[in-house]
Design a protein around this ligand. Sequence first.
Ligand SMILES: [Zn+2]
Length: 463
Amino acid sequence: MPLVLYNSLTRRKDPFVPIDGNNVRMYVCGPTVYDLAHIGNARAVVVFDQLYRVLRHTYGADHVRYVRNITDIDDKIIDAARANGEPIEALTARTTALFHADMDALGALRPDVEPRCTGHVPQMIAMIAKLIAGGNAYAAEGHVLFAVASWPRYGRLSRRSRQEMIAGARVEVAPYKRDPGDFVLWKPSTPDQPAWDSPWGRGRPGWHIECSAMSEAHLGETFDIHGGGLDLIFPHHENELAQSESAHGGKKFVNFWMHNGFLSVDSTKMSKSLGNFVTVHDLLEQGVPGEVIRLALLSTHYRDPLNWTDEALDQARRRLFRLYVALNRGKHPVVRDNDLALDPVREALEDDLNTPLALTHLSDLATLVNRSHDLGEIEERDRLQGVLAASGQLFGLLSIEPEIFLKGEQRSDDALIRSRIAARIQARRERRFADADQIRNELVNIGIILEDKPDGTTDWRKA
Ligand SMILES: [Zn+2]
C-alpha cells in the first residue's frame, strides 16, 4: 500500500509522492530555546520523528532529508535571559542541550540538518529585500512589514476569513502599518537587544521569516512536507507560506502541510499559571522511561487531541512492559532486522500514521510470542520475537535489551508490580484463569515470586 498522508492544505488524505523521485524533503518547526520542553513540544517532535522513521523505512535512510530548526532569536529568549540574569548565548546553548537530551531519551532521531536562526540572518535579509523589491513588503520606521493585501491567497492554508485572521493574530495596531493584518519581517533593536546590520537599520528578524529563509537554504524553494503543531497553522505557517511563495514568484512552497493536534493535561489546557505544566525533564527525573513517554504520546492518533493523564501514562507503561516481557521469553538475544517488520504494523503506519492501530498489532504480536513460548514452539517463538523487535523499531520502541529494561522497571516501580498483582487477583475472581496465569508468568519472567494466601491476597518477593 502506498503512503497516504492527511494534507492540511487539501483537508483530505492524499497519496504521498515525493517531488524528486525517491528523495523526500521535510521541514518541521523546531523549538524556541528559552525553557525546558513540555510534553506538548514533545508530541510534535515524536509525531514527526514517527513520520521520519516511516519515510526512512519506505525510501531508505539516505533518501530522506529532515530539517528541524532551532529558533535562537526571539523576544521570549530576550525576556528569559534578562529574567535569569544570564547572557542570551548561555541560555540558548543550555536549553538546546537539554532539548537534545530530552528528545534523545524519547527515541527521537536527530534531524539531518538543524539550522539555527543566528546562522541564517544574511539569508533572511536577502529574502526580505526580495519581498520589498517584488512589492510584497515595505519598510516603515525601522520595521519591515509583509503587505497581506499583496498576496490574495493569504488565509488559504488556515481557511480563515480576514476578520478571523486579524482577531486571531492579536495584531498590534501600529501607525506605520498599511493594513492591520500586515506582519513584521524585521524590527529595530534597542542597544541592549541582539541586533544585526541591515538596509533598514540595526535590528532583528521576525519569527516567521526565520523558517522561510532556513527551509529555502536547506531544502530549496519547493519541498515535500512541512510539519508542526496545529497551534502553528495560523499565523506562523500562513505567514511562512505567503512569504515564501511571494519571494519565489508564486512557485509552490510545500506539497503536504501536516499538523499534530492539541495536547491537554487532565482535560485542561496546559499552562504555567495553572501549575499543570508537565516537562519531559521532570518525567524522566521521576524515573519514567523515555519509551513509555513515547508510547503514551503515540497511543492517540496524531491529528486527534491528546489528553495527558497519569492513567494514560500508566497504561503505556503496562503496555510496553508486556511487549518487553514477550521479547524476553527464553532470555536469548533477539535478531534485530528492520526488514522483518510485520506488514499490518507497517500498513497501519503508512495510512496517515495510524499509530493506535499499529500498536494494537504490536500487542497482538506479543500475545503470539507468549503462546508459542508456552507451547514450546521455540523456533516459531524466536521468529515472532524478531518480527516484534523489528516492528518495535519502526516505532522507536523496544530498543533496550529486554532484560535491562525489565530490571530497571522492577527497581524503579514496585507500584507497577502491585498493580499487576491486583489485576491478577481480579482475573482470578472473574475466573479468567488464563489471564491470571499470563500475569504470573510475566512477573516470574522478571524475577518476581508470587505467594497466594488463603484469604485471597497475594504476597510477593524478588527472587
Ligand atoms: Zn516555523
